[in-house]
Design a protein around this ligand. Structure first.
Ligand SMILES: [Zn+2]
Length: 140
């Protein structure tokens, strides 16, 4: 189940990579690097679920890699689509950003507040935002 969910959500990330290159090579490289960095804990999460259930470490590693294969496969057609519809790029990027903000505020933060103290959730959200800004300043 986790491999399936992670593989499916990689399609959306591949679209994000392809669309980001429509905003220029530097922006595309920045988004690609950000997605690549976030693939590390995602792959680790998959392996940490599979290995205790008896899957060999090398097979769990391959499943972790497999779950991200849709990203490069979908990025190319997404980039070509954006090239064909360049005037709509700002709208697409705005929708993507809005979707991520919506997911954060309607799903992730409420779920976190069910299991953790609000001070801890606020601290983690603040550190995560600061980390994103630092990553953008260093790489972008
Ligand atoms: Zn992801």
């Amino acid at each position: 189940m986790i491999v399936g969910v992670m593989t499916l959500h990689s399609f959306a990330e591949g679209i994000g990579v392809g669309v980001s290159f429509g905003g220029g090579e530097q922006f595309g490289a920045f988004i690609s690097l950000a997605i690549a960095v976030h693939n590390i804990p995602e792959g680790l999460a998959i392996s940490l679920v599979l290995v205790p259930r008896g899957v060999k470490v090398w097979k769990a590693g391959l499943w972790s890699i497999f779950s991200s294969l849709p990203q490069p496969l979908v990025a190319v057609p997404a980039f070509l689509f954006v090239q064909a519809f360049q005037p709509f790029l700002p709208v697409g990027l705005g929708l993507a950003a809005g979707a991520m903000i919506w997911m954060l505020t309607s799903e992730l933060i409420p779920d976190a507040l069910e299991d953790a103290k609000k001070e801890h959730v606020a601290t983690i959200v603040t550190v995560a935002i600061a980390g994103m800004i630092a990553f953008q300043a260093l790489v972008g």
